[in-house]
Design a protein around this ligand. Structure first.
Ligand SMILES: NC(=O)c1ccc[n+]([C@@H]2O[C@H](COP(=O)([O-])OP(=O)(O)OC[C@H]3O[C@@H](n4cnc5c(N)ncnc54)[C@H](O)[C@@H]3O)[C@@H](O)[C@H]2O)c1
Length: 303
């Protein structure tokens, strides 16, 4: 039996990872969240005694000694707000992660760190599908903070036996992706926003002409990638794309959900196309996506 920690456990992906690990493993799971963008509602259904919730910031942690793995998801993960509240985003996205690393160094104990990185670090890449060798060209402070964490890990592993896996998520969708109470909810995943607006009788708002394309990946597949990465006994210390390996335009997505569509101005700092080459994750993590976007949308629209 393992003891593991999930940071950002009350968020969209963290709460789904919690459900996944409770179902698939016999592990004891501590989850920490300061509820800055997450919500208790996401984890209130969990009654399993193997789960303990810590309602606090990652910065309050002083020991990781009891854990064999840390799934680090806590972040302020919205591109547009990161241009305005720059210091708040640096604190949540970079400083919190370095705080975890400092604890590991101080305790000389290195649990496997499964770090939630992002395809945003590729900016608008030169190659599609994009593999992990593509150079980082971050277009926003948020993306830059993710890129910086990856660079710090690479630098620090030359001095310390840090054991990490960077998972570069493409565009996750699934249950709980849209949180109406989140102060940054206008910048949530487009699938969640579209479904929420459809269910509430509102037109879908498409930015630009909707020709931007996204590689949508179900959150259960993202959770399983975290799990598979945590099982690796050896130090991998590398980055993996976690996407579906296909791409769909936002306008085509909108048409799958509703006939009522309105267009709003394009936003700067966002990639034109995301399209993952997932060969590396298939080979090294024994992972490949199992879910299809069309099935999720049909389920949501019919229930
Ligand atoms: N959802 C996406 O589209 C996407 C894409 C690529 C990468 N990611 C990454 O995946 C991770 C999870 O994203 P998400 O979509 O679930 O976002 P989310 O906002 O739903 O979850 C993040 C959670 O972290 C918590 N948090 C923030 N700062 C904290 C702190 N200092 N201490 C403790 N908790 C803190 C928030 O309250 C929230 O519950 C993030 O690292 C994000 O950058 C997400």
């Amino acid at each position: 039996m393992r003891n593991v920690l999930i940071t950002g456990v009350a968020g969209f992906i963290g709460s789904n990872l919690l459900d996944y690990l409770l179902k698939e493993t016999d592990w004891n799971i501590d989850g920490i969240d300061n509820l800055s963008t997450g919500r208790l509602n996401n984890i209130e259904h969990v009654k399993d005694v193997r789960f303990k919730f810590i309602n606090d910031s990652v910065m309050s942690l002083s020991s990781l000694r009891k854990y064999s793995a840390v799934f680090h998801l806590a972040a302020l993960p919205r591109i547009q707000p990161s241009f305005e509240l720059i210091i708040e985003h640096i604190n949540a996205n970079l400083i919190c992660t370095m705080h975890l690393i400092e604890i590991m160094i101080k305790e000389n104990h290195y649990p496997k760190l499964i770090y939630s990185s992002s395809s945003a670090i590729y900016g608008t890449p030169e190659n599609y599908p994009t593999n992990e060798n593509e150079s980082a060209k971050s277009l926003s402070p948020y993306a830059y903070q993710k890129e910086e964490v990856e660079k710090y890990l690479k630098l620090l592993e030359t001095r310390y036996p840090i054991d990490y896996v960077n998972l570069r998520y493409f565009n996750p969708y699934g249950p709980r992706s849209f949180n109406p109470e989140n102060k940054f909810n206008a910048y949530s995943s487009v699938v969640g926003i579209f479904l929420y607006r459809k269910k509430n009788g509102m037109p879908l708002l498409v930015t630009g002409d909707g020709s931007q394309r996204r590689d949508f990946i179900h959150v259960y597949d993202v959770a399983r990638a975290n799990y598979m990465a945590s099982l690796k006994k050896e130090r991998i210390n590398s980055s993996f794309n976690i996407g579906h390996g296909s791409t769909l335009s936002v306008i085509d997505l909108a048409k799958m959900i509703s006939n009522e569509i309105e267009f709003i101005p394009k936003r700067e700092g966002e990639s034109e196309i995301t399209y993952a080459d997932i060969t590396k994750a298939k080979e090294y993590l024994d992972w490949s996506p199992k879910f299809e976007l069309v099935d999720f949308i049909n389920d949501e629209l019919n229930n």
